[in-house]
Ligand binder design. Structure first.
Ligand code: KG4
Ligand code: ZN
Length: 340
C-alpha cells in the first residue's frame, strides 16, 4: 500500500510517500521559516501564496524520490485541520484535484494525529494503546491513543500552547522566529536556577495546564529590567523557562500515567524536539520503568511523512472523503472526523 501525504497547515509545504504505513519512501519539505523570520512570526497570507507556488514541485519531487508515479498510489492523504485556513485550503484543494484526476482515494488527516503517527515511522514496534504528550506551536495535550484512529483527550492547556510560550518569550529576549529552537540552544549556556518563574495552577482538572501566566511573567521580568536599565541574562532566562516548561509537562504526564496505568508513553509535535523536555521525560520514565518513544528530530516539526503514515491508518480504517472535503482552522476535536 502506497500513500502520498500532503501537509500545508502552517509554513511548511511538504509531500511524502509512505509504504505499508511505516516505511518512508520519500519526504520533501519546503520551509518558509526564513521568510517569515523577517516579520517575527508566520504571516498567513504569505504562507498561502508560498504553498501555492511550491506544492506542485514538492509533490513531484516526493513521487520522484520514491520512484513511483501517481498511478502507483492507493490514496492521497492531506492535512485538513487544524491550522491556518488559507494555508490548509491550498493542500486540501490540491489533494482533491489530484485524487479526482487520478481516480485515487482522498484521505483526510487531522494534523495532531499526524504528529502522533510520526512515532510509528521511527518506532514501528510502538502499538496503541499508550499515552502521548502532544506539544506543538498551537497545541498542548495529553492524549490516550486508544488505537491508530481513536483518541481521547485527557488534559489540555487552558490558554497558550507550550510552543507559543517559547516563541513569544524568545521574541522578547531578542531571539529570531522560530523561537523555540533558539530557547533550546541558548539554554545550553544559561543557568536554569537564576530566574524563579511561576508554575500556573489550573482549577478543575489535574491534567490541564496553563502557559499564559508563565509567558507574561517572562515578558514582565524582561520589561522591568529594561525600565531599570538592567541587562537581562537571556541565556539564563531561556534556561529557566525551558526547565519550568519541561517540569510542568513532565509532571502532568507522570500524573496521567499514574491515573491511567499506561507504562508506554510517547511524545509528539514541534516542542518534543526540546532537549530539556526530552531529558526530563526520559528521566521520569526511567525512574518508573516506563518506555518512552520520541520521534527523531527530523520528524518532530511539520512534515508530510507523518501525514502519509496517519493517512495509511485512516485508509485502512475506511476514513476517506469525497470532493466536498473542506479545511477547518480549528473546532474539530482530535478523534472526531469532520470531513464535510
Ligand atoms: O509541531 P510544530 O512544528 O507546528 C505546529 O503544529 O504548531 O511546532 C512548532 C513549535 C514552535 O512553537 C517551535 O518554536 C517549537 O515547536 N519548537 C521548539 C523546538 N523546536 C521547535 N520548542 C522548543 N524547543 C525546540 N528545540
Ligand atoms: Zn505541527
Amino acid at each position: 500500500m502506497l500513500i502520498l501525504g500532503i501537509e500545508s497547515s502552517c509554513d511548511e509545504t511538504a509531500a511524502s510517500v509512505v509504504e505499508n504505513c511505516t516505511i518512508l519512501k520519500s519526504s520533501v519539505i519546503a520551509s518558509q521559516a526564513m521568510e517569515h523570520q523577517l516579520y517575527g512570526g508566520v504571516v498567513p497570507e504569505l504562507a498561502s501564496r508560498r504553498h501555492c507556488e511550491n506544492i506542485l514541485a514538492v509533490t513531484q519531487q516526493a513521487l520522484e524520490q520514491a520512484n513511483i508515479t501517481i498511478q502507483d498510489l492507493d490514496g492521497i492523504a492531506v492535512t485538513y485541520t487544524p491550522g491556518l485556513v488559507g494555508a490548509l485550503l491550498v493542500g486540501v484543494n490540491f489533494a482533491k484535484g489530484l485524487a479526482f484526476a487520478a481516480g485515487k482515494s482522498l484521505i483526510p488527516v487531522h494534523h495532531i494525529m499526524g504528529h502522533i503517527a510520526a512515532n510509528y515511522l521511527a518506532h514501528p514496534e510502538l502499538k496503541p494503546p499508550y499515552l502521548c504528550l502532544v506539544v506543538s506551536g498551537g497545541h498542548t495535550m495529553l492524549i490516550e491513543v486508544q488505537n491508530y484512529t481513536k483518541f481521547r483527550i485527557l488534559g489540555t492547556t487552558r490558554d497558550d500552547a507550550a510552543g507559543e510560550c517559547f516563541d513569544k518569550c524568545a521574541r522578547v529576549l531578542g531571539y529570531p522566529y522560530p523561537g523555540g529552537v533558539q530557547i533550546d540552544r541558548a539554554s545550553q549556556k544559561g543557568d536554569s536556577t537564576k530566574y524563579k518563574l511561576p508554575r500556573p495552577k489550573v482549577a478543575g482538572s489535574v491534567l490541564d495546564c496553563s502557559f499564559s501566566g508563565l509567558k507574561t511573567a517572562v515578558i514582565n521580568t524582561v520589561h522591568h529590567a529594561q525600565q531599570l536599565g538592567e541587562v537581562i541574562d537571556a541565556p539564563s532566562m531561556a534556561a529557566s523557562l525551558q526547565r519550568t516548561v519541561a517540569e510542568i509537562l513532565t509532571e502532568k504526564t507522570e500524573i496521567a500515567a499514574e491515573m491511567t496505568g499506561y507504562t508506554t508513553i510517547a511524545m509528539a509535535g514541534g516542542v518534543s524536539a526540546n532537549s530539556g523536555l526530552r531529558d526530563s521525560m526520559q528521566e521520569m520514565c526511567r525512574s518508573h520503568g516506563y518506555t518512552l518513544y520520541v520521534p527523531p528530530l527530523s520528524l518532530c516539526g511539520d512534515n508530510a511523512a507523518m501525514i502519509a503514515c496517519q493517512g495509511s491508518y485512516n485508509y485502512l480504517a475506511g476514513i476517506t472523503a469525497d470532493e466536498s472535503l473542506n479545511a477547518y482552522a480549528s473546532g474539530t476535536p482530535i478523534g472526531e472526523m469532520k470531513i464535510s
